[in-house]
Write a protein that binds this ligand. Structure first.
Ligand code: SF4
Length: 630
């Protein structure tokens, strides 16, 4: 049995790491011990040292329940502060010297990084995502090298690893895996049991998501693909590199049934297909989705999660995950109960030492289950919820026709995402939206790529079309502008790339607007006109507006400063505009007086150097401001 560690670096992301979930299944089939971690890897080390320390203390003094002091032991190992040591109350123990030496030795191991001398993991996988997470990803790989027994047993894969494989190899010395694990025996050619396993076809191990603190915002959903790859090769897209072969139909129903049986029924269906409409098997795909229970109007009543969790705990499927999950489920209900029922329920949890997570054990949970299961069943949520299907990578308007839109309308699709990547797609895009309306699909959403070869005006016009279409067809079309970042090279490693028809100030302006709206452009006209302007002229003015005025729009409007700035901005002659815009578009105002001595221009530029600290009332909103990154 090998010890396998799966790492997702500590970036924020929406969707769980599907690849790692399949690799977890793979290693469990081979009988390996698997752990998933996302976050600061120092915390993982601390957790392990704490566990080892408790194990040692248990051997020295068996009568004490050391696990109850887990948090204090962890804090001491981390900080070596005497206050935590004192809180352990070791003084009265006959074994004081042994106990204290032991705890101090673990704190020293952490401080001096001696844990790198006795690595625990036989193999470590690091998944990677967007290329602009380069820094945090590289840090995770470097750290992983200290945790693995043999450096050749670090496996790195995923989007960044496939796109920047050479750079990653140069930086870390690890040769990344490019593309999919879609051939038999790719990871362990010498292990006979592995030789027939195609990792990409395996069922996802949902249980690993309960091992970590991070919560993916997707909620209860099946994550799957009905197709792979794409038939096109758009220059701005990584799919043709990551999944070069288009697979028009992947059988899903068996995996779906397996997931349902093992992890419980999920509410929604999240399909990560890149171009499902390109598939000649689209009608079969829709039929399979219906067979999974996703028919129009389908509802979902959450299954008894405590039953599932305890059942899996009894079976020994991922104890760490199901201890955490069962604990959370029990405490969620505890907070909802009232009066004597709550007290009785609390007493049962207390009896089995389940009030604090530190003292919660598998045995305690299984014991308490028999006593709380009736209360749980009686009070758990059973209200039916709507089920939805979401092709979350978007659909291709160029493949939309009457037939496939009709088929799409037979499943509870929400939202229907249609890509509107560039202005030249306008006719096809509008046609797709009109067909959606014809078949009564009312919730739409679209990805709007900008900062590629487009102009700012084309971004505005694409957003405006959605407002118009929403109004005329009675739809709700939400737009998600997505900033283009190159796929390769140094510029792919960060978010600073500026498209040929864009400049730093305009990018910051769009990011500032989107920061206020949480990245979404809602369908209402008044919202759109306020955020982006009523006309292209107003939009241009907004793009040139000082950034703080955009982020704290109402504040500066109420103070009258926005009106003052506007008067100054509009008073410039064409020649003056040329000079002023060059400075504004560079988004650098510290030395602007060096470039002009024109009083009108300098007066306008003075609004751009209003510092946040100058305005007391907005200081507390500084977090929003700092998050406005290009
Ligand atoms: S159609 Fe979509 S998935 Fe396919 S290459 Fe173009 S952007 Fe990528």
């Amino acid at each position: 049995m090998r010890n396998i560690l799966l790492i997702e670096p500590k970036y924020k992301n929406k969707y769980p790491p599907i690849g790692l979930m399949k690799i977890a299944t793979y290693h469990k089939i081979l009988g390996d011990n698997v752990k998933f971690f996302k976050g600061d890897l120092k915390d993982l080390v601390l957790d392990q040292l704490t566990e080892s320390c408790i194990g040692k203390l248990n051997k020295i003094e068996v009568t004490k329940k050391w696990a109850k002091k887990k948090s204090i032991i962890r804090e001491f190992i981390k900080t070596k502060k005497s206050i935590h040591f004192d809180n352990l109350d070791l003084k009265d123990s006959t074994y004081y010297i042994l106990l204290s030496n032991s705890i101090i030795s673990f704190a020293d191991i952490y401080k001096k990084k001696d844990y790198t001398n006795f690595p625990k993991w036989d193999r470590i996988y690091v998944t990677t995502l967007f290329t602009f997470y380069w820094k945090v990803t590289v840090e995770a790989i470097h750290f992983a090298k200290h945790l693995v027994k043999r450096p050749d047993q670090i496996f790195v894969g995923g989007v960044l690893a496939s796109l920047l494989h050479k750079e990653l190899e140069e930086e870390t010395g690890i040769t990344p895996n490019q593309g999919l694990l879609d051939r038999p025996g790719m990871l362990d050619p010498n292990i006979p049991e592995a030789s027939n396993l195609i990792i990409d076809n395996l069922v996802l191990d949902y249980s690993i998501l309960d091992e970590i603190e991070y919560e993916y915002p997707t909620g209860s959903a099946y994550f799957t693909f009905m197709t792979k790859g794409c038939t096109r090769k758009c220059a701005f897209c990584s799919v043709p590199i990551l999944e070069p072969t288009y697979k028009p139909k992947i059988d899903t129903i068996d995996k779906f049934t397996e997931i349902k049986e093992q992890f419980g029924e999920q509410q929604n269906l999240l399909l990560m297909d890149n171009n499902v409409l390109a598939s000649p098997n689209f009608s079969e795909i829709i039929q399979e989705i219906k067979d999974m229970g996703f028919v129009k109007g389908a509802t979902f009543i959450e299954p008894n999660q405590l039953d599932i969790s305890i059942r899996n705990l009894k079976k020994g499927i991922n104890n760490i995950a199901y201890i955490k999950r069962s604990y959370r489920i029990l405490h969620d209900l505890l907070n909802k109960l009232r009066s004597t029922t709550q007290q009785n329920y609390y007493n049962i949890l207390d009896k089995y030492a389940l009030i604090k997570f530190d003292t919660t054990t598998k045995e305690g949970l299984i014991g308490a289950y028999e006593e709380v299961k009736d209360i749980y069943e009686r009070f758990r949520r059973k209200i039916p919820k709507q089920r939805f299907v979401d092709f979350n990578q978007g659909t291709d308007a160029r493949y939309v026709n009457d037939d496939n839109m009709k088929l799409m309308s037979e499943i509870p699709i929400r939202p229907l995402r249609i890509a509107f990547d560039y202005w030249g797609m306008r006719e096809k895009y509008e046609n797709a939206v009109r067909l959606a309306a014809k078949y009564d699909i009312k919730e739409l959403s679209n990805y709007i790529l900008y900062n590629f070869k487009d102009t700012p005006d084309e971004l505005y016009k694409r957003l405006e079309i959605n407002v118009l279409l929403s109004e005329t067809l009675g739809l709700h079309i939400y737009s998600f502008p997505m900033k283009y970042i190159p796929l390769f090279g140094e510029e792919a490693k960060g978010r600073d790339y500026i498209g040929v028809k864009w400049n730093r100030k305009f990018i910051r302006a769009i990011q500032s607007i989107l920061n206020v709206t949480k990245g979404i452009v809602a369908p209402g006209r008044s919202f759109f006109e306020k955020a982006f302007g009523k006309t292209l002229e107003e939009f241009h003015e907004l793009l040139h507006m000082p950034e703080t005025f955009i982020v704290y729009r109402s504040y500066f409007e109420d103070m009258g400063l926005t009106a003052e700035w506007r008067t100054s901005y509009r008073s410039l002659t064409e020649d003056e505009q040329e000079v002023a815009f060059k400075i504004i578009e560079s988004n650098s105002f510290t030395d602007c007086y060096k470039f002009t001595n024109n009083k009108k221009i300098l007066d306008l530029l003075s609004y751009y150097i209003i510092k946040r600290e100058d305005v007391n009332e907005i200081k507390d909103k500084d977090v929003d401001y700092k998050q406005t990154k290009i």
